[in-house]
Design a protein around this ligand. Structure first.
Ligand SMILES: Cc1cc2nc3c(=O)[nH]c(=O)nc-3n(C[C@H](O)[C@H](O)[C@H](O)COP(=O)(O)O)c2cc1C
Length: 200
């Protein structure tokens, strides 16, 4: 099983990055998957609609990793009441590419208030591209639950580990199970799951 991860924060001591580390280390140490590729977003240029068909190499490489992944772990902060721009920009480059179409995705936002607005925008923009959001996790006040070495709060660590496990579980689900799971997650965000069509 191949998993890809993307982090929408460049912050020193980023708690979103720390949460992804917890998730990936857990999947690897429990033998759920050893194949996790982190996709750095720093080199992704600003989205240019004229280059959707012929993207810059930085974008083409990232699309290729995503197309070969069975599932995605995404973590991004909320800035000024919305999804971190670097993550939105990276996702805009995927529109029309089909790179994440029908791909299970688990999303997370660690931030002061729990990232509710960031998660809402993540779930919507991913669903608009046909990605299947199978879990959404907000972590509020992450700095009180972590230190320089990462998360230290046992309950938060377990919650992140379960979040990662749900992605791996979703990759092995039947189309019917997957559709039910996605429906449960996206419906509260006002998204009609019929947009995903036939998952088979
Ligand atoms: C410019 C800026 C805007 C922010 N806006 C929000 C916000 O609207 N809502 C919120 O909950 N936290 C907000 N925060 C706090 C971040 O969510 C918090 O610092 C988070 O830990 C950043 O993610 P990171 O630890 O992965 O770098 C903001 C932080 C910055 C620097």
């Amino acid at each position: 099983m191949r998993i890809a991860s993307m982090c929408g924060s460049l912050g020193v001591g980023s708690t979103n990055r720390a949460a992804l580390r917890v998730a990936v280390e857990h999947l690897q140490s429990t033998g759920r998957t050893s194949n996790v590729t982190d996709i750095a977003l720093t080199e992704v240029p600003m989205f240019d609609p004229a280059r959707v068909e012929d993207p810059p190499p930085e974008v083409a490489e990232r699309r290729s990793v995503l197309e070969h992944a069975d599932g995605l772990l995404l973590a991004a902060p909320e800035y000024a009441g919305g999804l971190a721009g670097g993550m939105k920009n990276a996702l805009d480059w995927l529109v029309g590419s089909g790179s994440i179409y029908h791909r299970p995705v688990a999303v997370l936002s660690a931030g002061t208030t729990g990232g509710g607005f960031a998660l809402e925008q993540l779930v919507r923009t991913l669903s608009w591209q046909g990605a299947l959001v199978i879990d959404s996790l907000g972590i509020s006040a992450p700095n009180t639950k972590s230190g320089p070495a990462g998360f230290k709060d046992a309950e938060t660590i377990t919650t992140i580990q379960r979040w990662a496990e749900r992605l791996v579980d979703a990759v092995s689900m039947t189309p019917l199970q997957l559709l039910k799971r996605v429906t449960d997650v996206v419906t509260p965000f006002g998204i009609d799951p019929s947009r995903f069509g036939d998952l088979r």
